[in-house]
Ligand binder design. Structure first.
Ligand SMILES: NC(=O)c1ccc[n+]([C@@H]2O[C@H](COP(=O)([O-])OP(=O)(O)OC[C@H]3O[C@@H](n4cnc5c(N)ncnc54)[C@H](O)[C@@H]3O)[C@@H](O)[C@H]2O)c1
Length: 382
């Protein structure tokens, strides 16, 4: 299949592009370089050095013998999006190209409006581009489990059958997310569902949990193929950040009581889930949702896991800068990807020790100040 990976220079987009290429698909990556720009803005860099996109692509072509095309461009440029679709003619578009940090979206008004404009308008441009170029193209969109929030009922796979006053309907699962970033994903989901209904498009929304890990079978083949590894309080995902804190001898910073429970997934399963979705497309007119997680842990459990592996690690509790429940029901239904054949890597079987080794190797690159939360969800003085 021909697959266009949007956000193909990012933490997940890059290894996904390699995985799809390795599985024999013809792959192109598109990115506007925004993620590297946020690093400059925040004064941090990926813990693991990463090459420029063109260098990575050359390295992959050398290592694998496969070809990978690059498109440098912005989803906010609607004409560019349509022209790219018309030129590459993909069977599937995998859409990772969004601002994906909740704390970044909560920094201030400018970051909130940037995030929603970038994500919602970029996705709308893409929907128009697909509808106008070839409505048969399958959109595989990265959503997030955070869209649901923490309702006091089980979280179904995107849809909920509701009975009300003696009548019944199947509706999109009601969502109550916890940041302007997560809200941008909710808006995307509604826009995509509408485009499937109105224009007969086909889409899969992958409501993904928090990703951990670094190596995949492809990125491990050459150090020039490494993907980014974020550890800071704005972009670092929680397990990656805890391991960095443990290696530096810093206390693990748990927000609030640490009872917040989240779905998680190994990066190797992320790339495989996307492959399964691409190779088993949604029907025309179908808005298909998969909850893309393999396990759930509370933040406190993750901290304890890291502290148990790395002796003398302290766990400290900070006042929670976020507005979120830290004791709540959390049961997420996730059957769609398993039915397509996903065989998960579980955290207990994961080589967490290899993540420690990776962090130890690059510990000199850590900006310690960036480990502590700088974003407050509440407005000043409230
Ligand atoms: N990392 C996680 O734990 C996680 C969890 C759930 C969902 N997701 C979702 O997966 C996707 C990828 O996440 P990631 O961690 O790889 O993020 P990332 O920031 O590393 O990658 C996103 C890429 O998209 C590019 N991009 C952003 N806006 C763009 C635009 N307007 N035009 C073109 N390119 C643009 C960025 O430059 C970046 O390279 C995101 O949509 C995110 O919401 C990630």
């Amino acid at each position: 299949m021909k697959v266009l990976v949007l956000g193909g220079d990012g933490y997940l987009g890059w290894p996904t592009a390699l995985h799809l290429s390795d599985c024999g698909h013809e792959v192109a990556v598109l990115d506007n370089g925004a993620r590297r720009g946020y690093d400059d803005e925040l004064g941090v860099t990926s813990l693991v050095p990463i090459r420029r996109l063109d260098e990575r692509v050359t390295a992959w072509e050398e290592v694998s013998g496969a070809q990978l095309s690059i498109y440098h461009g912005d989803l906010l440029d609607a004409e560019y999006v349509s022209a790219t679709l018309a030129e590459f003619r993909p069977d599937a578009v995998v859409h990772f190209a969004e601002q994906r940090s909740a704390p970044y979206s909560m920094l201030d008004r400018d970051h909130a409006t940037y995030t929603q404009h970038n994500n919602v308008v970029g996705t709308l441009n893409l929907l128009y581009g697909i509808a106008e170029t070839d409505p048969d193209i399958h959109l595989v969109k990265l959503g997030t489990l955070g869209e649901y929030g923490t309702p006091n009922i089980d979280i179904e796979e995107g849809w909920l059958t509701v009975e009300h006053n003696g009548r019944s309907d199947r509706v999109l699962f009601p969502k109550r997310p916890g940041s302007f970033y997560h809200l941008s994903k909710v808006h995307d989901s509604h826009n995509i569902e509408f485009a499937c209904r109105a224009w007969d498009l086909r889409a899969t929304d992958l409501n993904q949990g928090v990703v951990y890990g670094h190596h995949t079978a492809q990125t491990g083949r050459d150090e020039r193929l490494a993907t980014r590894f974020d550890y800071d309080a704005v972009f670092g995902t929680v397990l990656n950040r805890f391991i960095v804190q443990a290696v530096l001898g810093e206390p693990l910073t748990v927000y609030g009581s640490g009872g917040q429970t989240r779905g998680v997934i190994d990066i190797r399963d992320t790339v495989e889930c996307v492959r399964l979705a691409v190779e088993n497309p949604a029907e025309r007119g179908e808005f298909r949702v998969f909850n893309q997680l393999t396990e759930s842990f509370s933040v406190g459990e993750l901290a304890k896991l890291v502290a148990d592996i790395h002796p003398c690690t302290e766990i400290t509790h900070l006042d929670n800068p976020r507005v979120e429940a830290d004791q709540h029901h959390y049961n997420v239904v996730s059957t769609g990807l398993a039915e397509l054949g996903l065989r998960p890597h579980l955290l207990a079987d994961t080589l967490i020790t290899s993540m420690f080794e990776l962090v130890e190797r690059h510990a000199g690159r850590v900006n310690r100040a960036a480990l502590l939360p700088a974003t407050q969800w509440r407005l000043p003085g409230r």
